[in-house]
Design a protein around this ligand. Structure first.
Ligand code: FAD
Ligand code: EPU
Length: 337
């Protein structure tokens, strides 16, 4: 395993922020991962997956470990289900396309999400009515204290909206090295209720969709509003959608009767942060070489050459403005480094 020094991370983060890693290693085996963590040569270490959920605000004065663990295995196949173990360094969307090529169902709504398979449990990635937790069986993770591999079941992970134990008390203590999925092989359960999917399928003149059609519809919707990081730097939704108590929501609705919302339980209501940011006047705003995307106000963009600090400052301005106008705190989804 080769260790490089003073490497630019610009091509390793989808925001395209140009900061340096003091040391950098691409790790292709769990054995190498263990040997790095058992040595004191580089005391500070930082894990990098696909770099699609981070805003780098400074050089990283550590050994950046680019997780490059490749490979996937069909563990078992029964009547209508298949168990697949996929290593952490596989690209998420390429993995989804591979499952579709094999006619395995369950991940089609999660098409075109950037990043790596190993990172997918951390925030329980979700889109278009489906979350990772719906097909996740377990994951294997390296315990950084004991250097033993531990297995976390679906229940152990305590998945929630953009949340899991890996963002809570297990944060920074484990490296996920593989994920086990349970997918369908014949009787696929389609999730087409999400408004935009059914209208996209109608547009495509498809009455009886397959998992492939759902994937195509999701890709078309995403391409119509989310910027492609290869063209415009971004990290997807910068903020999480806030979840309000009924009391707080009623107060908001009194002042803003048109606010979109989704009931998520008897007592909690989710409000789209994109709507709040748009109605705070930020949608499409350009500040030099960075700004707020013109088609999706939840996405902050780097038009080229912006620093992480500039984008962080913009995100703080958006947070304080949303708080002042709507009395709602919106939290970053992106990891600020
Ligand atoms: P990174 O950015 O590399 O890492 C994120 C954090 O996890 C860092 O703190 C890192 O240190 C840590 N980490 C990385 N790998 C591991 C590991 N194996 N073990 C332990 N810690 C690790 N997300 C959604 O949920 N739904 C969407 O629809 C969606 N759409 C997006 C669209 C765009 C255009 C973009 C750019 C992003 C989008 N995202 C979405 C966010 C992002 O794709 C996901 O959060 C993804 O899972 C991040 O994976 P990554 O490998 O790039 O993580
Ligand atoms: N909206 C606006 N203005 C905007 C953007 C959104 O008013 O500029 C309102 C509209 O009412 C719209 C609603 O917000 O109907 C929802 O918008 P959208 O369907 O685009 O979804 P979102 O809530 O903005 C969430 C996820 C996305 C995921 C999509 C689809 C979060 C933080 N974001 O976005 O995930 O792809 O739903 O399921 O939950 C990500 O996490 O990085 C990400 C892109």
């Amino acid at each position: 395993m080769q260790i490089q020094h003073n490497i630019s991370l610009k091509s390793f983060n989808t925001f395209g922020i140009d900061v340096n890693a003091k040391h950098f290693a691409s790790v292709t085996s769990v054995k190498d991962l263990k040997s790095i963590f058992s040595s004191d040569e580089y005391p500070q270490k930082f894990i990098l997956g696909g770099g699609s959920n981070m805003l780098l605000t400074k050089d990283i004065d550590a050994l950046v470990i680019h997780l490059n663990l490749k490979g996937k295995t069909i563990v078992s196949q029964l009547d209508n289900e298949v168990l697949i173990e996929c290593n952490a360094g596989e690209n998420w969307h390429e993995f989804v396309l591979w499952t579709l090529d094999n006619n395995f169902g369950g991940l089609e709504n999660l098409s075109l999400i950037p990043g790596n398979v190993g990172t997918s449990p951390i925030q329980n990635i979700g889109a278009y009515g489906v979350e990772l937790k719906d097909t996740f069986v377990s994951c294997k993770a390296l315990n950084l204290e004991t250097l033993q591999i531990e297995t976390f079941s679906n229940k152990d992970c305590k998945f929630g909206y953009r949340n899991s134990i890996f963002k809570q008390h297990a944060k920074g203590k484990f490296i996920i090295v593989s994920v086990l999925f349970k997918l369908t092989t014949t009787k696929h359960k389609l999730h087409t209720n999400y408004g935009a999917i059914s209208s996209e399928l109608e547009k495509m003149n498809i009455e009886h969709p397959t998992i492939h059609d759902v994937s195509k519809a999701v890709i078309a919707i995403r391409e119509s509003k989310l910027p492609n990081p290869k063209e415009i730097g971004n990290s997807g939704s910068f903020f999480k959608n806030p979840i309000l108590s009924k009391k707080a929501f009623i107060k908001l609705q009194e002042n803003f009767p048109e606010v979109p919302h989704y009931n998520i339980s008897e007592t909690e209501i989710k409000v789209p942060a994109g709507w709040l940011i748009e109605h705070a006047g930020f949608k499409g705003k350009i500040f030099g070489n960075y700004g707020v995307h013109k088609k999706q106000a939840l996405v902050l963009v780097n038009y080229g050459g912006a620093s992480g600090r500039e984008i962080l400052k913009l995100s703080q301005l958006i947070q304080s403005t949303v708080l002042r106008i709507f009395d709602i705190t919106i939290e970053a989804e992106v990891n600020i480094i």
